[in-house]
Every structure is written in C-alpha cells, then in structure tokens.
Design a protein around this ligand. Structure first.
Ligand code: CP
Length: 314
C-alpha cells in the first residue's frame, strides 16, 4: 500500500508527474470534469484545528468525483480510547483512503501500518508534506520556473525565519534536500532543527542543503524566497511567552525583505499573526503570495489523491 506521510514517499518520476498534473488540474478546473475518485469515499480525521487543509481536501475530493467524510476524533470512539490499530482496520473496510492531521507523527505511521487503504499526512508536529508540495508549486509559478521542482527550484535560496525546529522548517529541510534548494534557517539558537529530521535525511541518503544562522542579514542575503510560520505552533501554547520573547529578533519585516533579492517572494503557510512573525506591511506587499499558496493546496492535493488512487490500483 502506498501512503503519503512524508515528502520523499514518491519517486522523482512520480513527483514530476504529480506536479505537472497539479498545474494541469489548476488550469482546467473550471471546464474539465475529473472522475479520478469516482465512487470512492475518503475519511478525514482531524486531531487538531484546520481551515485550509480541511476545506481544500473536502472540495478537492468532491471535484474528483469522490465523497469526503469528516471524522472529528472527539466524536468517534478513538476519542474514548479505541486503539489506532482497530480504528484503521475498521475504517479500511468502509473507506478508500484516510487523511489524518495529528500531533505525533507516530500516530499517522501507526494508522498507515494497520490500514489497508492509503493514508495521507495532513500535518503532524514533524512534517507538513501537502503544504510543502503546494508551496513548491506556488514558488515555481511565481518564479516562472516551469512545473518540475527538481529543475525549477534547484539552486534557489529559501530563508526560513523564526521557529526553525517546527514542522514547516523540517519539511523545507527535506524538500530542500530533494529538490536542491538552499535552505537558510534563521532563528534563536534554542529552537533549532532536532535530531529526527537529521536522521531522516541520513536514512534516505539525502545530502543536506540547509544551514543555520542567528544572523538575519546573512540568511536573507540573495534569498529568492523568505518564509516564516507562526511562533507558537499548535500544542506549544504553554511556552507562548518564552517563544514570543526568543523569536522577536527574527520577525520578517521590511528591513529583512530589503536584504533579500529585489523580486524575492514572501511565503507563509497561514494562519498568519501580523505583528508577531511578520509585519502587516510585508503581508500587504506585492511580494506576499499567501493566498496563492492557500489556493494551490486544492490543486496539489487533488493531484496527490489521484496519484495515490492510481498507484494503489496497479
Ligand atoms: N496551513 C495550514 O495547514 O492551514 P490549516 O491549519 O488551516 O489547515
């Protein structure tokens, strides 16, 4: 069974095809019916809040001819302690696929171990692969760099500001190694990438393309893309004040953007907190492409689900 739990779960050939398909689905959305999930029912289990992921998957499944079911963990027996193994086996008898947002990455890995239908990672504390694929699509579009991320994103520089230990930083570290993007991480030394992402690159013989610097000027210099994420991720609320204090020097503001390339794009996976990780002025600038990123979640996830459905039927 093929799942999508992390960015490198697809082969390079599959990734190239999937990105081309996402661009194709986007350009043909209004006039071309797609039936890749016709007759299929996909469940979506959310252990955490979501706006973009939940709505884009629900609309995407419908646009592919399928039937989405929202399975809030608190209203299912899993919220009362039923095991993941039993839940995965039972849901596999009804559904054609499972999309899961959880805190621990081990939760979706356990679902995948016991499910006999594909499992898709809709965000864990470790990785957010659907977001990264859509972001790479958006970067290709905005940098006018074709549809192939291995060619179009190679040697681009992405400067990531703020919490460089978070899931988005991990996902960029992984995507950077896959596509040859230089990833310059900039934030407080106490929130650097953990051992798990380093081990993942090692496990798959992926050459690291990331570096860490506490100096915003050094990171932003010559950047094609400046990226940030919230300073207080879901589940980190207890450390809110400490995080806000530690990350204050790493806010993306006009000064940071002026150190990057002239046409540098500003990206953020949202929700954004103006005045914390980014200023309103940067969010309002022509460099900011947040809403295109959000829209591309729909097109890219349709391509991901179509690919999984096809690969698992071979
Ligand atoms: N970026 C993202 O995953 O948004 P949601 O939390 O709203 O799904």
């Amino acid at each position: 069974m093929r799942h999508f739990l992390k960015e490198n779960d697809f082969s390079p050939e599959e990734v190239i095809k999937m990105f081309a398909s996402a661009f194709d689905l986007k350009s043909g959305r209004s006039h071309r019916p797609t039936t890749d999930l016709a007759g299929q029912s996909w469940g979506m289990m959310f252990y955490k809040q979501s706006t973009r992921t939940r709505v884009s998957f629900e609309v995407g499944i419908r646009e592919l001819g399928g039937n989405p079911l929202i399975l809030d963990q608190s209203s299912t027996q899993i919220g009362r302690g039923e095991s993941i193994a039993d839940t995965a086996k039972v849901l596999s008898r009804f559904l054609d696929g499972l999309i899961i947002r959880a805190h621990g990455h081990d939760v979706i890995e356990e679902f995948a171990r016991h499910a006999s239908v594909p499992v898709v990672n809709a965000l864990t504390d470790f990785l957010h692969p659907c977001q990264i694929y859509a972001d790479c699509m958006t970067a290709l579009e905005k940098l006018d760099a074709g549809t192939n991320p291995f060619e179009g994103l190679r040697d681009k520089k992405l400067a990531f500001f703020g919490d460089t230990s978070c899931n988005m930083a991990n996902s960029w570290i992984l995507a950077g190694a896959m596509f040859g993007i230089e990833i310059s991480l900039c934030g407080p030394g106490s929130y650097q990438p953990g051992k798990a992402i380093v081990a993942l690159l090692n496990d798959y013989n992926l050459d690291p393309t990331w570096s860490f610097s506490p100096d915003p000027e050094q990171s932003a210099q010559d950047a094609d893309i400046v990226y940030t994420d919230v300073w207080v991720s879901m589940g980190c609320e207890d450390d809110r004040l400490g995080r806000l204090e530690a990350m204050k020097p790493y806010q993306v503001n006009d000064s940071v953007m002026s150190m990057a390339k002239k046409d540098c794009i500003f990206m953020h996976c949202m929700p954004a907190h103006p005045g914390e990780e980014v200023t309103q002025s940067v969010l309002d600038s022509k460099n900011a492409i947040l809403f295109d990123q959000a829209e591309n979640r729909l097109h890219m996830q349709k391509a991901i689900l179509s690919a999984l459905s096809s690969l698992n039927s071979q």
